[in-house]
Design a protein around this ligand. Structure first.
Ligand code: ZN
Length: 172
């Protein structure tokens, strides 16, 4: 496992659509291990292959100590709306309010190619939607009316004091 450099906003590789994964061997396993290691080092709650410059349908999400490896994921159902702060490891230092689905059901494959389903609400739901967007070349800033809506994390911490230490801005 190796911590890899994360591709930053402005790099065209972030806008590539991930190709479907059809080989579930050593290459994929090393990619998933690197994704988890790099996500934890950041730290963040999710990371997608395009953020390591690899245009494949693979991402990881880790919330409350539970690691999910999602290969070829798609959203099969969602309910409700949730408006909250969100950040991205490819755009460090900023967050913004983004409306997401409150609860989602994701169908995917695991690292061995077996079918899995993950249901998530709250942070898990937001992080999975954020990662699925990355696999489609999409970023959370695409939902903003203007980049003026971006809030510097430093400003947020000043306003909220130490309480900002909470799970501030799911960074993925
Ligand atoms: Zn992101």
């Amino acid at each position: 496992m190796t911590v890899q450099p994360i591709v930053m906003l402005g790099d065209p590789r972030l806008r590539l659509k991930g190709e479907p994964v059809d080989a579930f061997g050593k290459y994929l396993h090393e990619l998933l291990d690197d994704l988890a290691e790099t996500m934890r080092a950041a730290p963040g709650v999710g990371l997608a292959a395009p953020q390591l410059g690899i245009a494949l349908q693979a991402c990881v999400v880790e919330v409350e100590g539970q690691l999910h490896e999602l290969i070829n994921p798609r959203m099969v159902r969602s309910t409700g709306d949730d408006h909250d702060l969100e950040g991205c490891l490819s755009l460090p230092g900023y967050v913004a309010y983004v409306t997401r689905r409150e609860k989602v059901w994701i169908a995917a494959q695991n690292r061995h190619g077996r079918k899995v389903k993950v249901a998530g609400a709250g942070l898990l739901s937001r992080a999975m939607q954020h990662e699925l967007d990355h696999l489609a070349g999409k970023l959370y800033i695409d939902y903003l009316g203007s980049l003026d809506e971006l809030i510097p994390v430093s400003q947020l911490q000043e306003e909220q004091g130490e309480s900002a230490e909470r799970e501030l801005a799911p960074l993925a």
